[in-house]
Design a protein around this ligand. Structure first.
Ligand SMILES: Nc1ncnc2c1ncn2[C@@H]1O[C@H](COP(=O)(O)OP(=O)(O)OP(=O)(O)O)[C@@H](O)[C@H]1O
Ligand SMILES: [Mg+2]
Length: 293
């Protein structure tokens, strides 16, 4: 299922040598970036998804389509269920005992909630980057190699570590200190290390929950540039409170809010430019213009 992702980028990047390999490694054969055309292919589709913590319904009746090789931004006020929804997409919320969800989440046409689906396999296909950079207390090399090792990766681990670090735009910063602790890096570097760790296991989708909220403006911009590169190979869903970031970095925006019962729901979704310049719903307009939230 994932073969086109698992083989090609590693081979390409391994032969690129030093330099701005992130660009070379991720450019498709023709050199042009894939564009999101009028009929995009959807990788993930949420159908009537509701999320509960015990009796509390945190998210209700969400329908979202996530386009392939694009960045989808999830915005909305605090507590409307953005993180809950994101953690549902890779079944990470299964780890919360009181949690359950309803509806369907289709990944490449397969329902992730189906009985036979192994949540651990889902987390391999749908990687996640968190708000606070959370490298393991291990070396930089180990941080990246850990996931592939656990998955029984049979290829050349050194090459895979290098490729992943290059694609996370971190190789030049760390190539001479791979044995140092991942915790010794700056916050922005740690976040790129976590991105390298995520892509080392070749997920199809990368979920990012406010990945820049702990970073300074320069590191934030670096991550945004990196996302623009990564979407050539991956499908990205990002939660952000930063309206400029959503407007700058995403192709599609989903605006959520919550009702009086505090259950979050989707108000509007569409091309980012439309959501920010010509929203259809007054609630969206109030939120993106800063009048609410
Ligand atoms: N582990 C949990 N157990 C019980 N309730 C939870 C849990 N996690 C989140 N909730 C509740 O679910 C609702 C949605 O929370 P969530 O963290 O998904 O919101 P959010 O949109 O990500 O907010 P923020 O923008 O502040 O990160 C909130 O009412 C929250 O209190
Ligand atoms: Mg959150």
């Amino acid at each position: 299922m994932n073969t086109q992702l698992s083989e090609a980028p590693v081979r390409e990047a391994a032969t690129n040598g030093p330099g701005p390999a992130i660009r070379l490694a991720t450019l498709p054969a023709g050199g042009a970036a894939p564009t999101v055309d009028a009929a995009p292919e959807y990788v993930v589709e949420l159908r009537d998804v509701s999320c509960y913590y015990g009796a509390f319904r945190a998210v209700r009746n969400v329908d979202i389509k996530v386009a392939k090789n694009a960045i989808t931004a999830l915005i909305g006020p605090s507590g409307c269920g953005k993180s809950t929804l994101l953690r549902t997409i890779n079944r990470m919320n299964d780890l919360v005992p009181s949690y359950r969800s309803e509806g369907q989440i289709m990944l490449d046409g397969q329902d992730l909630f189906a009985k036979e689906v192994d949540p651990v396999a889902v987390r391999r296909r749908v990687g996640m980057v968190f708000q606070k950079p959370n490298p393991f207390p291990k070396t930089i090399w180990e941080n990246v190699a850990f996931g592939p090792k656990v998955n029984g990766y049979k290829g050349n681990l050194n090459e895979l570590v290098e490729t992943s670090l290059r694609r996370a735009a971190l190789w030049d910063d760390v190539k001479d200190k791979l044995k140092q602790s991942g915790m010794s890096l700056s916050g922005g570097q740690q976040q790129r290390l976590c991105i390298a760790r995520t892509i080392a296991v070749n997920p199809e989708v990368i979920l990012m929950d406010e990945p820049c909220s702990a970073l300074d403006p320069r590191s934030t911009l670096q991550i945004e540039e990196l996302m623009a590169e990564l979407k050539r190979e991956y499908t990205i869903v990002i939660v952000t409170h930063n309206m400029q970031q959503a407007a700058r970095a995403s192709d599609t925006t989903v605006f959520m809010t919550m009702g009086e019962d505090r259950a979050g729901f989707v108000v509007e979704q569409g091309p980012t430019a439309q959501i920010f310049t010509n929203p259809r719903n007054q609630l969206t307009e109030d939120y993106v213009s800063g009048r609410f939230g």
